[in-house]
Design a protein around this ligand. Sequence first.
Ligand code: F6P
Length: 543
Amino acid sequence: MNSSSLTALPAWQALKAHAAVLAGQHMRDLFAADPDRFARLSFSFGPIRADYSKNRVTLETLSLLAELARARGVEAGRAAMFAGARINTTENRAVLHVALRNREERPMTVDGVDVMPEVRSTRARLKAFSDGVRNGQWRGATGKQLRHIVNIGIGGSHLGPMFVADAMKDLQAPEMSVTFVSNPDSAQLAEALAKLEPAETLFIICSKTFATAETTANADAARAWLTARLGETAVAKHFAAVSTNVEAAKTFGIHPDAVFPMWDWVGGRYSVWSAIGLSVILACGYEAFDQLLAGAEAMDRHFETASLEQNLPVILALIGVWYADFFDAPAVAVMPYDHRLKLFPFHLQQLDMESNGKAVTKDGAKVETKTGPIVFGGGGSDSQHSFFQLLHQGPRLIPCDFIIALKGAGGPSRDLLMANCLAQTEALLKGRTAAELASTPEALRPHREFPGNRPSNTLLLDELTPYVLGMLIALYEHKIFVQGLIWGVNSFDQWGVELGKELAKSLMPALLDKPAAAEGLLKARDSSTAGLALAYLQAKAQQ
Ligand code: F6P
């Protein structure tokens, strides 16, 4: 990592000067000046075509951004990750989720030890276990086949598998159901369980640490529900677990054959490729999961070997840095025009904001620039009828990612999706001038004008197969990593989530108490927190 001043770099200064020139230009003019702009600024890798042409960039911009990436050691950072170096410095860990989708014979090492034998044996166990559940060899305590999967986890142990299972729903065995529970509000688990037959239900406790309060609370509640109906011994047949803390899972009563390991070199938000994907494997079969891994592996090879100038995740990352730091864009909006990808924005929120929502560099200095953007989004068509107003006419610049597949089910409805997706990117680009509103009453013109010049990337997928889905997720993972390298932050820790956890833990004893006793416990806290806690206790006392 290059720890010298980011903004003092000649490449940064050159970009700053270049941004000042481009700020005065409209993308309409850039397109008019170059009929080949789309061909020049769209890049394909296998079944994904990334159109970067509707951005406030020229070839010169991309080459200056690539220079910045070189100056920030992106190539060395990328090599260090694949080499298993401990690039997560604040936790002294390697970052090797790429090993999870390494399907070749290639060794991948941490401290000289090849992790692949363990990865391969875990994959083999996942396949055997999931095949057993799906074909009825592993049955519930009453002898019934298990066909309802309940994944209990939160954060990366929830969002990744929930998104992938939803995106691959077409491949789910019709007799299987899969439900995801993360919220410690017992209403969520109760709602899920109300529909399920205990004798046919398999719970998967997904927790890297096996110590996350929300997950252990839900795991205990699920266990109580099951044992009340099927007895204590049923736990061994109706629970599986994925964790680095294998012993805690076994102590919970889970059968050793149903406990799958994870490793400290896999971050929670990068863990869907590990046994954390078990719910997906059970629902869709191991072959589909293997295809997901294969797609991610293909993107890994591309990311690892393609030049910065031709590298899909690198370009996506650099364009993001361009807007965050040179155009003051606070956010990024991601809109899949495919119902199966509707949960992608939620997965991306954790992936991106937990990775790059940082204000200190790896060496502990304050960052000099903006870092990770606010990420939001939703299914394209629905979003058009909610927050697109702000994208088109709000005063802030919000760069957008549009994602759509060329082929897929749906017939004419696909035409409507495509028309809308293209129309939105076109409207963002072109806008509508006052001159184009000649027939509109003058007083209304300012309201009906669109500034345009609003950037978007379009990711055109051949077809949304598990393989392409794997590529897509890995594309964003690497994008986020590259941005972290440019900004000089550690994209793999998440200390920002700790303080709230600690304070909640220390509040709990007060909230269990009577108001009078709680007053003492709350004395040291600010008057707002204490006052709100007391209001809760009073309401509780009256119930
Ligand atoms: O609180 C944030 C976090 O640590 C995430 O990074 C992680 O994905 C989530 O909690 C769940 O953690 P675990 O898998 O250990 O239960």
